[in-house]
Design a binder for this molecule. Structure first.
Ligand code: FAD
Length: 370
């Protein structure tokens, strides 16, 4: 098959983009070094923006039925409880989901497989870009049987935080903030619920944030985001440190009496915030390869899927010869940045210290002085 577009990376950004391009009639080669179903490091919590894109892909019902919808946003902030229904402009999207990536990415991967215009290859690790006259024209990748190569009108890097495309092309950073926090998480079985409905529970104590989100497979995700100073000691004994931390949460500790840890504790202490220039001659980046957010705000999936949806519409104009490359890419860049601006600023600012944010939330409700 001759391809119009090569997409590297087949998770939330890459699968979304590949399906939308295929629906527009373009031929896509989708490459991922992983074999699916496959997990990845993430606390996998998302909201209406991702749900909207999943609806566009035709997988919303499938995604929704895999994990309990979290219809109440419940915040414990230093002794105060704030509880509100989840809001969204569309009534049918008024919930959050927390769905393990082994489940979510598999639903997306199966969606990809149903598209006639996508050739998908897994276990396919892109090693280098092919370039002619300063323009990216294709990729070379390795599979179990050796090295392969393909050419297309453009190559898209949806290849995440450690993007091979970004390493090779070295796009400039538009914004950069250092690593401020670390995050660790695991899954529990048997946590006593606070209410009958499923809550998106956030426990803010000082500068720490703990999530407790029911997820798929009858598990509950428990994640903690802490200042980066705590990373070296947490890394040494993550389970013990996590348990000590959970014991310090007054509205969680009693509910853990009969609960069991059901998985290894995983985490990261190397996630900064940044935005890179996302395009150049023959190449474009989408998802974490071009914008990374500290995971405390749980926004990566909303942004990766929404940017992929914006990119599909911009590429459509280029691929149908309705507009030139630079025009369509500058449009993608501007729309993506505009869509992310508020969250990017908020996530990167409060990564340094969550307390001004939580104090303001309490002050707005008259629970503390301004
Ligand atoms: C600890 C942690 C917790 C997080 N929690 C949340 C959360 O609660 N909610 C949220 O929304 N976001 C969260 N995030 C962020 C979220 O996981 C990312 O924003 C999201 O996964 C980005 O999706 P992506 O498709 O751009 O990249 P990825 O999900 O990273 O996918 C990239 C894909 O590219 C493939 N790939 C990479 N290099 C190559 C290559 N050379 N050749 C072929 N394939 C390649 C990989 O195998 C992978 O499948 C968290 C992140 C971390 C680290």
């Amino acid at each position: 098959m001759n391809h119009d577009v090569i997409v590297v990376g087949s998770r939330v950004a890459g699968s979304t983009l590949a399906v939308l391009l295929s629906q527009q009639g373009h031929r896509v080669l989708l490459l991922d070094k992983a074999h699916f179903p496959s997990d990845t490091l993430s606390t996998h919590f998302f909201r209406a923006p991702a749900l909207r894109v999943f609806e566009r892909l035709g997988v919303l019902d499938e995604v929704k039925s895999a994990a309990p919808p979290l219809t109440v946003l419940w915040n414990y902030i230093d002794g105060h409880v704030l509880s509100d229904p989840v809001e969204a402009p569309e009534e049918h999207l008024r919930y959050f989901l927390c769905e393990r990536r082994i489940t979510l990415d598999w639903i997306l991967f199966q969606r990809v497989k149903r598209e006639p215009n996508i050739e998908v290859r897994t276990g396919a690790q892109v090693k280098e870009l092919i370039q002619h006259d300063g323009r990216v024209t294709g990729v070379r990748w390795s599979e179990a049987d050796g090295i392969h190569e393909a050419n297309a009108r453009m190559v898209v890097g949806a290849d995440g935080l450690y993007s091979t495309l970004a390493k090779s092309l070295e796009p400039a950073y538009e914004n950069q903030f250092p690593v401020r926090r670390c995050m660790y998480y695991t899954y529990f079985q048997g946590i006593e619920p606070l209410e009958e409905v499923s809550l998106a529970e956030h426990h803010f104590v000082g500068d720490s944030l703990t999530y407790v989100f029911p997820t798929d497979a009858n598990l509950t995700l428990v994640a903690v985001s802490l200042p980066i100073d705590e990373f070296p000691s947490f890394k040494k004994e993550p389970l013990k440190r996590l348990q000590t931390h959970l014991d310090s949460l007054p509205l969680l500790k009693p509910r853990l009496r009969h609960a069991e840890v059901a998985a290894e504790v995983k985490g990261a202490g190397n996630i900064p915030c940044y935005q890179r220039i996302p395009y150049g001659p023959g190449w474009v980046l989408v998802g974490d390869s071009q914008q990374v957010l500290d995971p405390w705000s749980g926004m990566g999936i909303d942004h990766a899927t929404t940017h992929a949806s914006i990119l599909a519409d911009s590429l459509q104009r280029f691929l149908t010869d309705a507009a030139a490359w630079d025009v369509t890419m500058s449009d993608y860049h501007a729309q993506a940045r505009q869509w992310s601006e508020k969250t990017y600023r908020r996530t990167s600012t409060y990564a340094a210290d969550l307390r001004p944010m939580t104090h303001a939330a309490l002050a707005r409700r008259g629970l503390v002085n301004h």
